[in-house]
Design a protein around this ligand. Sequence first.
Ligand code: FES
Length: 118
Amino acid sequence: MRNEDAMAIAPTMTDSPTPSRSQDIPCIYVCQHRSCELRGSPKTLEAFQAAKPKGVVVQGCGCLGQCSSGPSVRVTQDDTWYWQVQPEDVPRIIEQHLKQGEPVQEKLNTRVHLQFYF
Ligand code: FES
């Protein structure tokens, strides 16, 4: 399925952060709820949509439960959670994570992706 086709069938925003089709089609969910919105998530969503990552649906969504660390972004293909994602972070997430398979460590939500330093 082409990204354009997927976008055509996808609504622009969902209240559920985990719609059932997220298992079938790789998605990038960008929270558009209150706290994230106040921290600029509409611009983050615009940046992802403008980049049109191939084979991935970009969608605004309701609260992802990480309100104090927004804008929150969830990538469903490997269930990666990012926090404090600003528009300038989007090209790196697309290039490094989506194209090369390496999540951007500096933007990982450490509440979800525990990291230990010894
Ligand atoms: S408002 Fe965005 S995670 Fe809750």
